[in-house]
Ligand binder design. Structure first.
Ligand SMILES: NC(=O)C1=CN([C@@H]2O[C@H](COP(=O)(O)OP(=O)(O)OC[C@H]3O[C@@H](n4cnc5c(N)ncnc54)[C@H](O)[C@@H]3O)[C@@H](O)[C@H]2O)C=CC1
Ligand SMILES: CC(=O)N[C@@H]1[C@@H](OP(=O)(O)OP(=O)(O)OC[C@H]2O[C@@H](n3ccc(=O)[nH]c3=O)[C@H](O)[C@@H]2O)O[C@H](C(=O)O)[C@@H](O)[C@@H]1O
Length: 446
């Protein structure tokens, strides 16, 4: 099989090919823009008409450093968008799927969007094309249901057209840099031709090159294992942090010293693990493997951290002589990670719920969210954290803005100045006006 990408190994750029990118979200739109920047003609495909209109008009509907500048340069020329995926595929050589993969209410992987995109590709794919699945998926998906859904009558996936899994490894906030210069791209084809073609494609724009895996399933496992590693290691940090609280030790001090040994890399404890990646990916293994007690335990430990933080807060409020039913608590930072306006699976939302379950009245502040988004967490929106007679303030997400928070003004306005630091964010020397507790710091009031 001669793929349309065959000449890329010797080409200067991607100007010989047309690429469709399915899913113009936080990951897909930056990828589409980077491909245009490397010479490809790119047609972005999305089921959301507002997204398509915004991209076609040159407006980035997601915020990512460097993205708007690329849209300013390439929208309406090399980069266009459409909801008609089938027509776009018929006119292109490489098709990349970067749509969401989540889990359903029973924590089973939801492959609906991935398979819907594959079926659209089936309507337009030609012999010699290359179909790439970048969405994170349970191992076995690309060679199994994905290839099957993308295969039209008369063509065999892996034989007549290439199919590969090349997971997206970038992080929100640094996607464009990660796509081009941070680490190797993992590629694994359903057949060797798919691996080779995908490798030539990504070498054109990812400076650190590629790692060719034996097959698509191995490439899927790489990505899922990276996420599992993160989740399990954060759970370990959280569990050890709670032990430090019991022993009157400061986990940060202990971890730092332990991590001076090169084989030790204890992560950061905190309010919990959020985002639609790390809390989700373990289920892609737990769902398929019969015996994964460690993964399930890690999930449970991390899911328990918002409740643990709420319990610490409640105990300090009670200790100050305030009845929980009369207490009002301010949560600082609701997004799942500092500087990223994403709230899916954000542990701060669970913290708000846990505090409300204890009868506490909860307000929240987040410099990246609207009042409506804050209300959707179940908290009253606050624009100035120092303007309230709170009984406790809990930092859940360490946004940069909180570095300049006027702590004296905050303490001065509060009814009972209690500060619970969920991310080891504050310098203890700066918080002497508060009764101060830090997750994992048994030398504070924890
Ligand atoms: N957000 C992150 O930090 C990272 C995400 N990933 C993976 O990347 C994938 C995409 O994630 P995001 O870009 O964050 O998602 P997102 O939710 O920001 O965007 C997904 C886009 O796909 C569109 N879409 C849904 N079904 C479609 C279909 N059938 N055809 C065309 N478009 C469709 C949606 O309308 C939306 O615009 C997921 O598998 C995720 O696990 C990987 C690394 C990091
Ligand atoms: C190791 C790593 O940084 N992985 C990235 C990760 O991105 P994500 O934005 O989910 O970031 P993250 O730093 O793992 O944070 C996830 C959650 O875990 C929490 N967290 C993180 C590190 C830590 O030591 N302790 C901790 O509690 C964060 O507060 C956050 O709520 O997941 C992405 C993904 O897999 O989709 C992946 O592409 C990214 O490379």
């Amino acid at each position: 099989m001669e793929l349309a990408t065959a000449g890329l190994a010797d080409a200067d750029d991607l100007s010989s090919i047309t690429v469709t990118v399915f899913g113009l979200g936080k990951m897909g739109l930056p990828l589409a823009a980077v491909l245009a920047d490397h010479g490809a003609r790119v047609v972005g495909v999305d089921i959301d008409e507002e997204t398509v209109t915004a991209v076609d008009d040159g407006h980035a509907p997601v915020s990512e450093p460097g993205l708007q500048a690329l849209l300013d340069e390439y929208a309406e020329t090399r980069l266009t968008a459409t909801t008609d995926g089938q027509a776009a595929v018929a006119d292109a050589d490489v098709h990349i799927v970067l749509v969401p993969t989540l889990v359903d209410d029973a924590s089973d992987p939801d492959l609906g969007p991935v398979l819907a995109a594959a079926k659209t590709i089936r309507g337009g794919v030609s012999a010699g094309d290359l179909v790439i699945l970048e969405s994170t998926v349970p191992p076995g998906t690309t060679a199994g249901p994905f290839a099957e859904a993308a295969e039209p009558d008369g063509l065999t996936a892996g034989e007549d057209f290439g199919v590969a899994h090349c997971p997206e490894r970038t992080s929100s906030g640094r996607v464009i840099r990660d796509l081009t210069e941070s680490y190797p791209k993992i590629v694994g084809g359903v057949s060797d031709a798919g691996t080779t073609a995908a490798a030539s494609f990504y070498r054109q724009f990812n400076d650190p090159g590629v790692i060719e895996m034996p097959n698509a399933t191995a490439a899927e496992a790489v990505k899922v294992f990276e996420g599992v590693y993160r989740d399990v290691n954060i759970a370990l940090a959280n569990e050890l942090a709670k032990a430090c609280e019991d022993w009157g030790l400061d986990a940060a001090t202990v971890f730092e010293a332990a991590n001076s040994q090169p084989f030790c890399d204890i992560h950061d404890p905190g309010v919990g693990v959020g985002g639609h990646c790390i809390p989700v990916y373990p289920h892609f293994v737990m769902n398929r493997a019969e015996e994964t007690p460690l993964l399930a335990t890690a999930r449970a430990v991390n899911d328990g951290m918002p409740g643990h933080t709420a319990d610490i807060t409640a105990s300090l409020v009670r200790g100050a002589g305030v009845d929980l039913a009369d207490a009002s608590v301010l949560v600082l930072g609701l997004t799942y990670r500092p500087g990223v306006d994403e709230t899916r699976f954000a542990p701060a939302f669970d913290l708000v719920e846990a505090l409300r379950d204890l009868d506490v009245t909860v307000a929240a502040h987040d410099p990246l969210l609207s009042a409506a988004e804050i209300e959707s967490a179940g908290a009253s929106p606050v624009t100035d954290p120092t303007d309230g007679t709170w009984d406790a303030v809990v930092l859940a997400t360490g946004h940069e803005a909180y570095e300049s928070l006027d702590l004296d003004a905050l303490a001065g306005a509060m009814r009972t100045p209690i500060l619970v630091d969920g991310r080891d964010f504050f310098d203890p020397a700066d918080v002497t006006a508060f009764t101060y507790a830090c997750i994992g710091d048994g030398t504070s009031e924890v």
